[in-house]
Design a protein around this ligand. Structure first.
Ligand SMILES: NC(=O)c1ccc[n+]([C@@H]2O[C@H](COP(=O)([O-])OP(=O)(O)OC[C@H]3O[C@@H](n4cnc5c(N)ncnc54)[C@H](OP(=O)(O)O)[C@@H]3O)[C@@H](O)[C@H]2O)c1
Length: 266
């Protein structure tokens, strides 16, 4: 009964924790949540950027904003963030957005870098989700938004391990959301395609023409994500081209998906 979109999750006066809020999609999600009246706890490594955003959002929307410096690629990162949040108000909404990509030779990448990406994109997400979902279930209400990717839907040569981390995030969210169907706690996946952020530069990738042509701005992706969060929509793929691509993938054999993805991504 809680799945009805019409019910809508009221954000006014709630507290949302957003990871990776210093840039890109996470920063826009923070802006969107504040505009809809949510108080915020913002986490990332670049504290100066978080503080700048906090000042702007308090002023623009009159909401409370706290900032926490967190390195979620560190094995203690998620635990430290959980401890820091334990001293503040109860978290009603968790947005697991912090993440990085690694483009190129999947076998050749330095293990230390790949392990850190897996720690950030998978382990920290799983740890934060377990902690906050458990508290939300005890209180009987809450929302978790996982930033997955269109890469979650197919094997991604050129982004082999990254794509696999995002497949984890999508499958994990869908399964937990079903497990929690009888309580008012939702675990939702936002699956952006190519988005105009620092992601590609940090991943060591130059986008192809098709990717650039279908890219969305992070503000549009954030709006779709926060809408989905309020409606309790389980999986959201923002943008028509991305929707058509992910729908089309369902009828293509996985081996062919990998061949096609290689042409686009390598
Ligand atoms: N851009 C795309 O095309 C695209 C497509 C699909 C999915 N996504 C996903 O969207 C999410 C956001 O990416 P974006 O495109 O907005 O990239 P971005 O602009 O590079 O932002 C990444 C955010 O993650 C934070 N972050 C990175 N490493 C971190 C760490 N070790 N600890 C804590 N925070 C960390 C960064 O903050 P600090 O550097 O300050 O720590 C930053 O706020 C990621 O999960 C990404 O996989 C992006």
């Amino acid at each position: 009964m809680f799945h009805h979109a019409a019910m809508g999750f009221e954000l006014g006066g709630r507290r949302a924790l957003v990871t990776g809020a210093s840039a890109g999609i996470g920063r826009e999600i923070a802006r969107e949540l504040a505009a809809r009246g949510a108080h915020l706890t913002l986490a990332a490594r670049r504290l100066d950027r978080l503080e700048e955003l906090a000042v702007a959002l308090r002023e623009a929307h009159g909401v409370e904003v706290e900032v926490v410096e967190a390195d979620l690629a560190h094995s203690h990162g998620a635990g430290d963030l959980i401890a820091a949040c334990g001293e503040g108000p109860e978290i009603d909404v968790l947005v697991n957005n912090a993440g990085v990509g690694m483009h190129g030779d999947g076998v050749g990448h330095a293990w230390v870098d790949e392990r850190q990406m897996i720690q950030l994109n998978v382990i920290a997400v799983a740890e934060l989700t377990k902690h906050f979902a458990s508290r939300m279930r005890s209180r009987g209400t809450g929302r978790i938004l996982q930033v997955a990717s269109t890469a979650s839907f197919l094997p991604c040569p050129g982004y082999a391990a990254y794509g696999a981390t995002k497949a984890f995030v999508l499958h994990h969210a869908e399964a937990l959301d079903e497990e929690l169907r009888d309580v008012d706690v939702r675990v939702l996946a936002l699956c952006p395609g190519s988005t105009n952020t620092d992601f590609f530069e940090i991943s060591g990738n130059v986008r192809g023409r098709a990717q650039v042509a279908t890219s969305l701005d992070p503000a549009a992706v954030a709006r779709a994500g926060v809408d989905a969060l309020q409606r309790g929509r389980r999986v959201t793929v923002p943008g028509l081209a991305n929707k058509l691509t992910t729908a089309g993938l369902r009828v293509i054999p996985r081996r062919l998906q990998a061949t096609l993805a290689r042409k686009v991504l390598e």
